[in-house]
Design a protein around this ligand. Structure first.
Ligand code: FE
Length: 206
């Protein structure tokens, strides 16, 4: 048997991944960045293929990872996690600087950034695994890096419980990852429109 709740016990950080199509920049939030080797200094990042960033990484191959800290507000996750960079300017209103590769990195709510260049890409169905060579890296401050668990417990808003006097009219499901609410029956092949996670990441709230 495979107990899905065992998978939830893996620990993850949260990172802003910035990419470019050659002109316009894009950003998204990912939870899978790790160092692969120290010499040469290489990192890996997994990106959902439904995400515009996967397409851009295959096209131009350069990216920055900003390591988010515990001060990161929900609005940041909403802005970069749940809307597509194809048709919005996600960077409007935030605080960013540009690293040597020409890409943005976050200067508030991040404690470090790493610039890298893709050397290999491996397709695994829904996701692509990118292996990349680090070209620049800098610590910005000593704040605590945010974990996915901390995000779930302290940053993501709690779903609203239905008021006692209100009769629940339809089934309601909430995405455990991003908080998206779905009303009515949830099909098995449902994909969260905000964070692209599957139906198994939804919980029934009434
Ligand atoms: Fe979601």
């Amino acid at each position: 048997m495979i107990d899905n709740t065992a998978m939830y016990k893996l620990s993850y950080g949260l990172y802003m991944l910035t990419t470019t199509d050659g002109q316009k920049q894009n950003g998204c939030i990912v939870n899978t960045v790790s160092m692969l080797t120290d010499n040469p200094k290489r990192v890996v990042v997994f990106v959902n293929n439904a995400n515009y960033s996967a397409e851009l990484l295959k096209k131009t191959g350069i990216f920055n990872v900003s390591v988010l800290d515990e001060s990161a507000p929900f609005e940041l996750f909403k802005q970069f996690g749940f809307v597509s960079g194809r048709d919005t300017d996600k960077f409007a209103g935030g605080r960013y600087e540009t690293s040597a590769n020409g890409l943005y990195y976050l200067t508030d709510h991040a404690n470090a950034y790493i610039s890298a260049k893709v050397v290999d890409a491996f397709e695994y169905g829904t996701h692509t695994l990118f292996v990349a060579e680090v070209t620049e890296a800098e610590k910005l401050q000593d704040s605590k890096s945010v974990t996915y668990e901390y995000y779930q417990q302290n940053i993501k808003p709690k779903p609203q419980a239905p008021k006692a006097e209100e009769k629940p009219t339809a089934e309601k499901w909430v995405c455990k990852v991003c908080g998206y609410e779905h009303e009515g029956e949830l099909p098995d092949d449902f994909i969260c429109p905000w964070c692209k996670h599957p139906a198994s990441d939804f919980e029934k709230v009434n």
